[in-house]
Design a protein around this ligand. Structure first.
Ligand code: KG4
Ligand code: ZN
Length: 361
């Protein structure tokens, strides 16, 4: 655009959502979503109780072009009116990343536009700039099916990782717990639904890593404890099922609250001149009401502002990819067409490895 506004198409194919969106960034940094189209693949993966990479990649191939057409139609723009094309190039599932990256590069080449290779985690981290014009610095809790991280966001491209999971992601823990209890996929919403009518104090489940001086997470042991508990209670009646789900949620919530509190302490030297502290939450697990209430209480107690983007923008979407592209383009950045996908792509390459971690990013 010639008036200083930047329009970017963003493509997301890193996991089990295929998404295309167009956002516009004004010169004062304000963002606007012109189109945001997401197609979830849950139906394709449900029978397997988890995301199957090959099925995911094929599903991306099958619908990405249609979603791009839909997004451009909704945005009332033609491809040649865009300022850049952005696509997620990591971290995520290799074959899915390739679909979005090749599509994005091809459109960029065909229309002589800059290409932006976007880090999916960076896109989550910057979404609050789009939704509420919030600018760094802030502390970020990312809790999704694939990632569980605490990051200090200093600026675009400038992140300090304070904590990560040493085994399962939080969403994964919800999904695996749901599976072993015979609930649906994805498991988070189902566990939450049953938990809402359960007694969270009936069963004492572990609070992994609570009290540790670092801000890492671990959920594998909690999941195993739920498995053993469920086995010992068989056959499980409806109320017991609800009480297990609620006790799991309470254990998770206590754990996350403790880890975030620790990250708040660890982040203290990083805020420099900034006096107002803020916590931003993103990822699909941000939909969990008990978790949000706990974080709300923690922020009220510690004097932090709490920002949670609307759930549709907390879960995977193209708008966050387009927005990260717009922010980077605004800084004069773009990426070469021969840039590779990066299934592992840490936002903070200097972060010391978390002991025992099968760290994904
Ligand atoms: O960010 P997201 O949509 O996708 C990726 O991980 O890529 O997150 C999905 C995760 C799933 O693990 C799902 O079970 C979880 O978010 N989730 C929830 C809730 N809604 C979705 N977990 C707990 N409570 C919920 N209400
Ligand atoms: Zn995500």
């Amino acid at each position: 655009m010639t008036d200083g506004r930047i329009c970017v198409l963003g493509l997301e194919t890193s996991c089990d959502e295929t998404a295309a969106a167009v956002v516009r960034r004004a010169p004062d940094g304000r963002g606007e979503i012109l189109a945001n189209v997401v197609r979830s693949q849950w139906d394709e993966h449900r029978a397997f109780g988890g995301v199957v990479p090959e099925i995911a990649a094929r599903a991306h191939v099958a619908c990405l072009d249609v979603l791009i057409e839909d997004a451009m139609r909704q945005a009332k723009l033609s491809l040649c009116q865009l300022d850049a094309i952005a696509a997620t190039t990591g971290p995520g599932l290799n074959s899915g990343l390739i679909v979005g990256a090749v599509t994005g590069k091809t459109l960029a080449l065909a229309h002589s536009k800059p290409f932006l290779a976007i880090n999916h985690l960076e896109a989550h981290a910057l979404t609050v700039g789009l939704t509420e014009n919030r600018r760094p610095p802030y502390l970020m809790l990312l809790v999704s099916g694939g990632h569980t991280q605490l990051l200090f966001v200093k600026g675009v491209g400038n992140y300090v990782r304070l904590g990560t999971t040493i085994d399962d992601a939080l969403g994964e823990a919800f999904d695996k717990t749901a599976k072993l209890l015979g609930l649906g996929f994805p498991g988070g919403p189902d566990v939450a639904k049953h938990a809402a009518r359960g007694d969270g104090n009936r069963f004492a489940l572990p609070r992994p890593l609570v009290g540790r001086k670092d801000a890492h997470f671990s959920f594998a042991g909690l999941k195993t404890a739920v498995r053993q508990l469920a086995k010992s209670l068989e056959p499980i009646d409806d109320q017991t099922l609800a009480d297990i789900c609620a006790s799991f949620e309470v254990a998770v919530t206590d754990t996350v609250k403790d880890r975030v509190r620790t990250a708040m302490v660890l982040s203290e030297p990083l805020w420099s001149e900034c006096s107002q502290r803020a916590l931003v939450v993103a990822g699909g697990v941000a939909a969990n009401v008990r978790l949000r209430e706990a974080l709300d209480a923690l922020c009220a107690e510690t004097g932090y502002d709490l920002s949670v983007p609307p759930i549709a923008l907390c879960t995977d979407n193209g708008a966050m990819i387009a927005w990260a592209g717009a922010e980077r383009l605004n800084l004069g950045e773009s990426d070469p067409l021969d840039s590779l996908v990066r299934p592992r792509w840490p936002l903070d390459p200097d972060a010391p490895p978390a002991i025992g971690a099968g760290v994904k990013a």
